[in-house]
Design a protein around this ligand. Structure first.
Ligand code: F6R
Length: 264
């Protein structure tokens, strides 16, 4: 696991954009896995800037989003489809048909089939080359709440109280927050070829330390990232505050610069 500690949110976003842009240039038809939420907003606006000012080309890129609130149509301003259109897709030259987000309005009876097909589409596209991830206050990745199997697949999940409370900041009241979501599983995420895990702010410090340095446990589903061979973690100073191996991470990051090679 590469752990890069940077000064602030802006630097985290730019460093993350460097990794995404490098892939898009090297493999123009790459498959990106994307997350929503406050964490990757800066990354997306930096990618939009690089498209507009530097011609970063997304015309052949395919994307799969991690999750979507169940019950919200893509036209709802709090849906993840809407978020992605607003924050990224409308600002770059990606083909809309190449942007896949789970459909929050799929009828209950079709959910299982829908989820199976979502996974099949990922496979058919050649698998996810790079998956962007944030972490929830309860340690979740995508909407894999504490207790989710570490080999879970795309499915309908119930959101726990903390997530509903955390995400109520985007809704007019906590009662308006959907209680269910369609989410890629931890097992699905671990199949991506490379992971890019981002976190910022002191509020995340404790859960980030548990995820990165604690035991692998379904109580903190982000800890499953320790099982993946190619993870880059980018944290701002706030989110890194409770890590115990900071001097080692800094040493390894300097070594990378010296030898010009990523040390996972
Ligand atoms: C969203 C997602 C979630 C978020 C997490 C953190 O697609 O997968 O796991 O990454 O809830 O959200 P923020 O970034 O808003 O703190």
């Amino acid at each position: 696991m590469r752990v890069l500690i940077v000064k602030d949110y802006d630097e985290m976003s730019k460093k993350a954009a460097d990794i995404v842009a490098e892939l898009v240039k090297r493999k123009p038809n790459c498959v990106l896995g994307l997350a929503t939420g406050s964490t990757p907003e800066g990354l997306y606006s930096e990618l939009v800037r690089r498209h507009k000012e530097e011609g970063l080309d997304f015309s052949k890129v395919i994307t799969f989003n991690l999750d979507e609130y169940y019950g919200l149509p893509g036209t709802h301003p709090q849906s993840y489809r809407y978020f992605m259109n607003e924050k990224l897709f409308n600002g770059i030259n990606i083909r809309k048909e190449n942007t896949l987000v789970p459909d929050g309005k799929v009828p209950i009876k079709d959910i299982e089939k829908f989820c199976k097909e979502y996974e099949e589409k990922i496979k058919k596209a050649g698998g996810i080359d790079l998956q962007v991830l944030g972490i929830g206050g309860d340690g979740h990745i995508a909407f894999n709440e504490p207790g989710s199997s570490l080999s879970s697949r795309t499915r309908l999940v119930a959101l726990n109280e903390q997530t509903i409370k955390d995400n109520s900041r985007f809704f007019s009241s906590v009662d308006d927050v959907p209680k269910y979501a369609l989410s890629m599983g931890v097992g699905t995420i671990l199949e991506a070829k490379e992971l890019l895990f981002l976190a910022n702010g002191e509020k995340k410090a404790e859960v980030v330390a548990k995820a990165i340095e604690g035991p692998i446990t379904s109580s903190i589903t982000a800890s499953a990232l320790q099982l993946h061979p190619k993870v880059t973690v980018i944290l701002d100073e706030g989110a890194a505050k409770m890590l115990s191996r900071v001097s080692f991470y800094k040493f390894a990051a300097e070594a990378e610069e010296k030898i010009g090679m990523k040390l996972f």
